[in-house]
Design a protein around this ligand. Sequence first.
Ligand SMILES: CC(C)(COP(=O)(O)OP(=O)(O)OC[C@H]1O[C@@H](n2cnc3c(N)ncnc32)[C@H](O)[C@@H]1OP(=O)(O)O)[C@@H](O)C(=O)NCCC(=O)NCCS
Length: 206
Amino acid sequence: MLPALAGMSHPLDTLDWPVRTERLLLRRAAPDDLDAVWAYRRLPEVYEWLGAAVPDYDAYRERYLRPERLASMLIIERGDRGIGHLILKIQDGWAQEDVADQARGVQGSLGWTLDPEFQGKGYAAEAVRALIGLCFGPLGLRRVIAECFADNEPSWRLMERLGMRREQHTVKESLHRTKGWLDGLTYALLAEEWPAGGRGTGATIR
Ligand SMILES: CC(C)(COP(=O)(O)OP(=O)(O)OC[C@H]1O[C@@H](n2cnc3c(N)ncnc32)[C@H](O)[C@@H]1OP(=O)(O)O)[C@@H](O)C(=O)NCCC(=O)NCCS
């Protein structure tokens, strides 16, 4: 765990919110957001790509009301409307056992979902760019990654738009609930590869 992040329930707690981008506002999720998120995440064209299988509303609420889940979620707002959400999970880097302490909590795993009504307008790229800036800026992470099914072209195209590097293409390794065993992709980016160097997100660390 990075020293600045020790004792925090989630590293995102250390930042000042909301964070504004050119067209959007990012803020921490609250229990009141869950209904609006459910309205789009349950749509078949969205649900089919999501890893978390929560088939009904009650199961979904129970899962996402867990503090660690809610704490990792950011709401993307356009005007006064929630149009999607991001997830930031903090992970350990892989390390040899004797140096594993130095690899704790150094990596961010990113996730994203937009309400289909707001897709195709560059909002996901704008929001994720800001999140990556937070990861490499005030949060001090050294690497971010994102994963998707290879068939989820909008998702990996987003990663490429953001300048992430395709580092792994696994063959029929990822089981999809209706499509069977599919190829999987992992993209990554290092802090030193981030052109903005984490600046320009509008965020400050407490
Ligand atoms: C993955 C997902 C977030 C991508 O959303 P998206 O809207 O395609 O991504 P962006 O916000 O980067 O928008 C890019 C598109 O907006 C267009 N666009 C329009 N106006 C734009 C603007 N002002 N600036 C930038 N792009 C703009 C781009 O040309 C591009 O269109 P194209 O895909 O036809 O080339 C979305 O498809 C989604 O929520 N999918 C379902 C959930 C999911 O799969 N989650 C990930 C699981 S791994």
